[in-house]
Design a binder for this molecule. Structure first.
Ligand code: PMP
Length: 361
């Protein structure tokens, strides 16, 4: 069976060793006579997976003990409002840095629960850059700061997580979790849906500083209280056991290939191949993101006309490239090169783009 060159923006490809292992274990996990998804979430067989996944995430990302690691549901989208429900008192505002559609959505969802304000934005330049921010002197009425570390749709990424001031910092890391270092001293809560770099859709990873958790609104229903999920070790209700199992296998794979350093190196190598080719194309392809804000995960580019773009996308799809169309809201082209995309697939895309250019210049 031939596998596609999968450049989907998410859900995206899953490392092949993970799929192979899941296939091998599907009918009879550790001689239990059942698949993982058929086990009780209270069984020790399942709990071993659950806690190993948490431990390995802690190891890979060097998460300090002051943070809880939670497995929640509802996607990154639920975190947009759950963070506000927990940490946005009525008399304060949540401060958003707008760097793309997902930060806009995060702000909109939070605004159902309290005031919001824009601290900085790159909207005027069609989100092709990352704005300058200074969190050291924020107004008193700011409850917390929210930013999106990688902008999946526009293909920009914060090169560094900014230094914190006195206000809590909340990060949406949905599309670059497990591909970069996280300076935990500048972070209070980070969340990410698993379906890009951490496995399959269905589980959301949340890293939360215990001292922040203690400041949450205590009148919330337990199902949306971080403390409740932390007390119950993410087993308050039935967790998405199958998705957590796949995340556990992804953490096995990352550790096997050399941990975060190896993954970071691969990410830089892959994005470097594509950006260099785009820059060397003499304007045939043009990158959307400003060079200092380019994402290592989503490479966004345009061709000179929409007609040429459509021809490119059609031929690419016929050739076996999946997911190269830009997000429906912005058009253009986008190659998402999450951790599971092999370097060889990126070379194949580069060659395809070069030959398309030759045939259409
Ligand atoms: N934030 C970012 C940066 C994303 O890329 C996405 C999904 N593409 C989301 C949030 C929404 O995630 P979900 O669909 O898991 O709710």
């Amino acid at each position: 069976m031939t596998r596609a060159f999968n450049f989907n923006a998410g859900p995206g490809p899953i490392p092949e060793p993970v799929l192979t292992k899941a296939q091998q274990e599907m009918f009879n996990f550790e001689q239990s006579g059942a698949a993982v998804m058929e086990l009780s979430h209270r069984s020790s067989l399942y709990e071993n997976i659950h806690f190993k996944a948490i431990d390995q995430l802690r190891t890979i990302l060097q998460v300090p003990e002051e943070f809880e690691i939670l497995f929640l549901q509802g996607g990154a989208t639920l975190q947009f409002s759950m963070t506000a429900q927990n940490f946005l008192p009525k008399n304060k505002k949540a401060g958003f840095v707008l760097t793309g559609s997902w930060s806009e959505k995060a702000m909109k969802e939070a605004s159902a629960f309290g005031g919001t304000t824009v601290l900085a934005s790159s909207r005027d330049s069609n989100y092709n850059s990352i704005p300058e921010v200074d969190f050291s002197s924020l107004p008193d009425d700011i409850a917390y700061v929210h930013l999106t570390t990688n902008n999946t749709i526009f293909g920009t990424q914060w090169p560094e997580i900014p230094a914190r001031g006195s206000k809590p910092v909340i990060l949406d890391m949905s599309s670059d979790i497990l591909s970069r270092d996280i300076p935990w001293e500048n972070v209070d809560l980070a969340y990410a849906g698993a379906q890009k770099n951490a496995g399959m859709a269905g589980v959301t990873l949340v890293f939360i500083r215990k001292s922040l958790m203690e400041t949450a609104d205590s009148t919330l229903p337990p199902s949306i209280s971080y403390s409740q999920h932390a007390d119950k070790k993410s087993l308050y209700n039935t967790p998405p056991t199958g998705a957590i199992y796949i995340t556990k296998l992804v953490t096995d794979w990352i550790l096997e290939i050399g941990g975060l350093d190896a993954v970071k190196k691969r990410a830089e190598e892959k994005s470097g191949i594509l950006y260099e080719m785009i820059d060397d194309s003499g304007g045939f392809y043009s990158g959307h993101a400003e060079p200092g804000a380019r994402s290592n995960m989503n490479v966004t580019f345009r061709l000179k006309t929409e007609e040429l773009e459509n021809k490119f996308l059609k031929e690419a799809s016929e050739y076996g490239f999946m997911g190269l169309n830009g997000h429906r809201s912005v058009g253009g082209c986008r190659a998402s090169i999450y951790n599971a995309v092999p370097v060889e697939h990126v070379h194949a895309l580069k060659q395809f783009m070069e030959s398309f250019q030759k045939n259409n210049s």
